[in-house]
Design a protein. Structure first.
Length: 294
């Protein structure tokens, strides 16, 4: 609300200091003086009313929010800067013995026939007694890997089926074993898998695709792909040997590594790849093997 503008007036102090006015005029001059005074008062009142109406309203007071000084309009503030979601920290692998007893637990039951054409090859799945991976869990990963159309069934020249461990016969076994047992099984067929101070790699030992537990749980440094991808690579690589495929080399730097490349040792400038068939075609590199440096 705007305070009214007071009508012009003369204060008591001003009356005391003002000079004495001459005696009022008589007759027409007095009438003129009275009319002039009335006109002056009317004009002053009108101007005062105009000013009262046109005087700008005071600025509205902005009530401050938290952290804003009172009486100052709060300017928009940016919300908290979103923080980048950190990638999940890989869980530490379970502890395990470097040397196992050399006995096995086999996955029970059988799988569906994997693939649509070609001769049927059966396999069993085994884990060494006492390792921290259940036989049924490992079998599920093996079945899912070998049943993928990017795996060996993608060529429509072989079908695969897992059979129970107590089956009368099977074509080959996919076995997950401790590093010490892997060293014994691989050494028995003339393969030395000792590297970086331990039995390091997996191998094909006759009718066994031997998967080294250390690599299965920890993969290899700088592989550039998730652990699950390395696990599928290791299974496809060793089963590939059982099916008769030899080692291959990286065809072109920057391209996927062939599944039969020894990716555990060196990607040779290729990128990690778990599968022998890409885009429905057999993907391979030139034959050859990698001799790792110590």
């Amino acid at each position: 609300m705007v305070d009214p503008v007071p009508s012009p007036s003369i204060t008591q102090d001003a009356r005391r200091s003002a000079p004495r006015s001459p005696a009022p005029a008589r007759g027409p001059r007095r009438l003129f003086t009275v009319l002039a005074s009335v006109l002056l008062i009317a004009v002053a009142g009108g101007v005062g009313g105009y000013l009262a109406v046109r005087r700008p309203a005071p600025a509205a007071t902005v009530l401050p929010g938290p952290g804003v000084t009172a009486g100052v309009a709060a300017s928009p503030t940016a919300g908290p800067t979103p923080t980048a979601t950190a990638p999940p920290t890989p869980s530490a692998p379970p502890s395990y013995a470097m040397n196992g007893p050399g006995t096995y637990v086999y996955a029970s039951g059988s799988s569906a026939v994997l693939g649509t054409a070609g001769g049927l090859r059966t396999y069993r799945v085994a884990v060494e007694t006492g390792i921290p991976v259940a036989a049924e869990d490992f079998a599920a990963i093996v079945d899912r890997t070998l049943g993928d159309q990017r795996s060996w069934i993608g060529g429509a020249n072989v079908r695969l089926q897992r059979v129970a461990g107590d089956a009368a016969s099977s074509g080959f076994t996919v076995a997950l074993v401790t590093p010490g047992t892997a060293q014994k099984l691989c050494g028995a067929v003339g393969l030395d898998i000792f590297w970086h101070g331990e039995p390091y790699t997996s191998c094909q030992a006759g009718a066994r695709a031997v998967i080294n537990l250390s690599r299965y749980l920890k993969a290899v440094p700088n592989y550039g792909a998730p652990l699950a991808d390395y696990q599928q690579y290791a299974i496809n690589h060793e089963v590939g040997h059982v099916l008769g495929h030899g080692h291959e080399l990286c065809p072109t730097k920057g391209q996927p590594a062939p599944v039969m490349q020894q990716q555990t040792f060196d990607l040779q400038g290729c990128t990690a790849n778990s599968w022998p068939y890409l885009n429905g075609q057999r993907y391979a590199g030139p034959p050859g093997r990698i001799v790792p440096s110590d």
